[in-house]
Ligand binder design. Structure first.
Ligand SMILES: Nc1ncnc2c1ncn2[C@@H]1O[C@H](COP(=O)(O)OP(=O)(O)O)[C@@H](O)[C@H]1O
Ligand SMILES: [Mg+2]
Length: 244
């Protein structure tokens, strides 16, 4: 896959920001200099999730208006090698060409874009030649159907599009709340990149994403390996849930 990845979904709340942060953290842990850009203007959250909101002064809007990138990127204190560029609070439109220039000139091994839900990104055409897409879904019927819509949208731009199934539990599979993994993949229409287990710690201990011994962290690590192109077989769901 390319080294600029846009994390998208059809439905909101499926875990794009969590997966963007989890994958970026895994990459930084593996020694890749990684920049996470929050593109969810107006509803930014990664500054809080990455624990940098207290030191935030400039954001993506300032950089697109000419401020040097280094003035605005913040090192993530809990993860060496990871930097964050926060989204502007006001929902002013993002200029696609300025964004493309920024992405091409930024000196990072990987850049992860945390996108808003849906498929309405006027700037996407300008950056479509340089990004690949990661579509995030849960297992419920609505987010699965919407993942197909998001994947179709991404496919229009020609780059690779891979699927992450998030918040997965066998309990939901057994009681019919979630579809089976094969059905989810079929409905999305894209290749599977990884499965991330449901983990209460996402809410109870938000910084658990930086802890090595957390059950979703291994899933993010395998996803990062697959992005680099390594053969990383999918473990049984039971093992994924146990954090193996
Ligand atoms: N694997 C997971 N297990 C449990 N809760 C999760 C998981 N991933 C995300 N969440 C929770 O789901 C909610 C929405 O996640 P978020 O990453 O903000 O989604 P999005 O960016 O798609 O709106 C948050 O409360 C988050 O903590
Ligand atoms: Mg989000």
């Amino acid at each position: 896959m390319r080294n600029i990845l846009a994390v998208v979904s059809g439905k909101g709340g499926v875990g794009k920001s969590t997966c963007a942060l989890g994958i970026a953290t895994a990459m930084a842990r593996k020694g890749k200099k990684t920049l996470l850009i929050d593109l969810d203007c107006g509803l930014r959250c990664l500054d809080l999730m990455a624990d940098v909101s207290e030191s935030l002064v400039f954001d993506l809007g300032d950089v697109l208006n000419g401020r040097p990138l280094n003035d605005a990127v913040l090192p993530v204190p809990r993860r060496h090698g990871l930097w964050l560029l926060a989204a502007p609070y006001d929902t002013k439109s993002i200029d696609g060409e300025a964004l493309e220039r920024l992405l091409l000139s930024a000196d990072y091994d990987y850049i992860i874009l945390d996108m808003p839900a849906g498929t309405d990104f006027p700037y996407i055409e300008a950056i479509s030649d340089i990004v690949d897409f990661i579509v995030v879904t849960c297992g419920d019927a609505v987010s699965v159907r919407d993942s197909g819509v998001a994947a179709d949208y991404a496919a229009r731009f020609g780059g690779h599009c891979r699927l992450v199934i998030n918040k997965y539990t066998r309990r939901h599979l057994k009681n019919g709340v979630y579809s089976g993994i094969d059905d989810i993949i079929d409905c999305s229409g894209c290749r599977l990149l990884g499965i991330v287990p449901f983990d209460d710690d996402c809410i109870r201990k938000p910084f658990s994403i930086f802890h090595r011994k957390n059950k979703k962290v291994k899933a993010f690590s395998r996803i990062a390996d697959r992005i680099y192109g390594y053969e990383t077989p999918l473990p049984k769901v039971k093992r994924i849930e146990k954090g193996k």
